[in-house]
Design a binder for this molecule. Structure first.
Ligand SMILES: NC(=O)C1=CN([C@@H]2O[C@H](COP(=O)(O)OP(=O)(O)OC[C@H]3O[C@@H](n4cnc5c(N)ncnc54)[C@H](O)[C@@H]3O)[C@@H](O)[C@H]2O)C=CC1
Ligand SMILES: O=C([O-])C1=[NH+]CCC1
Length: 315
């Protein structure tokens, strides 16, 4: 008989999850996803349930990795909340099951996992698509994803300057106090992104905030917000000029307003580049459209659980 599930909450996940172990696992998982081998990954396009009264959505993200014996689902709510709201934009829980018996092995906080795995996948996109001589990183937005993106991008790459833009001065000041290194606060998006080699968009905007006319040719953009078919962060000029990559082609065609409404073509998945079946166009302007995938949560949760077991078995 399996015992009761373990509950692993936020502080413990924070202690156990490290980018140096997470990034290679995610890279491997992205490659597996793009091979479309159902023994490696089964991951349907997630179910999205509108929470109309609260201007939000519940996403259900089940994933099965038969060969790796990983079965999980994430439950994540996200909201189109106005600035000034004290309620979080994203709340998540990951449930890890034993695929043979169907019992729940662990229930864990998904907030840290969502923050870290999303940022780590954006960093993988930069590793694959950004020019190696990149010096300037611009981050648009100063919330949770902005912080995790700052952490992993400055851990994995050597930027000479990190710029940040927020709609509010308080947001930018809070961000500067929370990070460990120097940041240039910019008064406008244009000021932040002109001449930048890498741009991360992590806002809750539903209209374009980043315009192609400001983006340096050859820059890499990781576009993380705008996860609804009628929401945008990037304008048509940028979407049409750039070579567009996605985490999941099906997800992007179903959920990304930036792709659906601009009519831009998805050139490849990140996993295709990892597998060597599609090229990396580092020499061109590239956009990685991130929506988030269940497999990212599955391998992150399995890593947390492995670390937790290793720690629990120590005398
Ligand atoms: N692609 C993925 O896998 C994931 C995407 N997301 C999305 O990333 C975005 C950021 O998430 P969090 O950092 O957790 O949210 P957050 O609420 O912590 O931060 C959002 C930031 O956007 C800014 N903002 C809000 N409305 C804006 C507007 N109209 N124009 C410009 N800036 C605006 C806020 O001031 C704040 O700086 C959200 O859209 C969320 O849905 C979140 C998790 C995973
Ligand atoms: O993958 C994810 O967890 C999310 N994508 C959009 C909001 C949350």
């Amino acid at each position: 008989m399996a015992g009761p599930p373990v509950v692993i909450w936020k502080q413990e996940v924070e202690r156990l999850l490290r980018y140096r172990e997470l990034v290679p696992r995610l890279e491997e998982a992205l490659g597996k996803c793009s091979r479309r081998d159902r023994a490696e990954v089964i991951q349907p396009v997630r179910t999205s349930l509108p929470l109309q009264k609260h201007d939000g959505f519940l996403l259900l993200m089940p994933t099965y990795m038969e060969k790796d014996k990983v079965l999980s689902t994430k439950l994540v709510c996200f909201y189109k909340r106005e600035d000034g709201s004290t309620l979080p934009a994203v709340q998540a829980t990951v449930v890890l099951l034993d695929p043979e018996y169907g019992n729940v092995k662990a229930v864990m906080d998904g907030e840290v996992i969502t923050g870290m795995r999303t940022a780590a996948v954006s960093a993988i996109s930069a590793k694959l698509l950004m020019r190696p001589e990149a010096e300037v990183l611009a981050i648009l937005g100063t919330g949770k994803q902005a912080l995790s993106h700052y952490d992993v991008f400055t851990e994995m790459f050597l930027f000479k300057e990190v710029r940040v833009w927020s709609r509010t001065r308080q947001g930018a000041e809070r961000f500067c106090r929370s990070v460990s290194g120097p940041v240039t606060v910019c008064a406008s998006v244009e000021e932040a992104v002109r001449g930048a080699d890498a741009i991360v968009t992590v806002t809750r905007s539903t209209e374009p905030v980043l315009f192609g006319q400001w983006v340096k040719p050859g820059a890499h953009v990781a576009a993380v917000g705008a996860c609804r078919p009628d929401w945008r962060e990037l304008d048509d000029v940028l979407m049409k000029e750039a070579v567009v990559y996605a985490d999941s082609r099906e997800g992007a065609m179903t959920e990304s307003g930036d792709i659906i409404l601009s009519g831009a073509e998805v050139f490849a998945e990140l996993g295709d580049v990892i597998n060597g079946t599609k090229p990396s166009h580092r020499e061109k302007t590239t956009v990685f459209k991130s929506l988030g995938m269940g497999v990212e949560d599955a391998v992150s949760a399995e890593l947390v659980f492995d670390q937790w077991k290793a720690k629990a078995s120590k005398p």
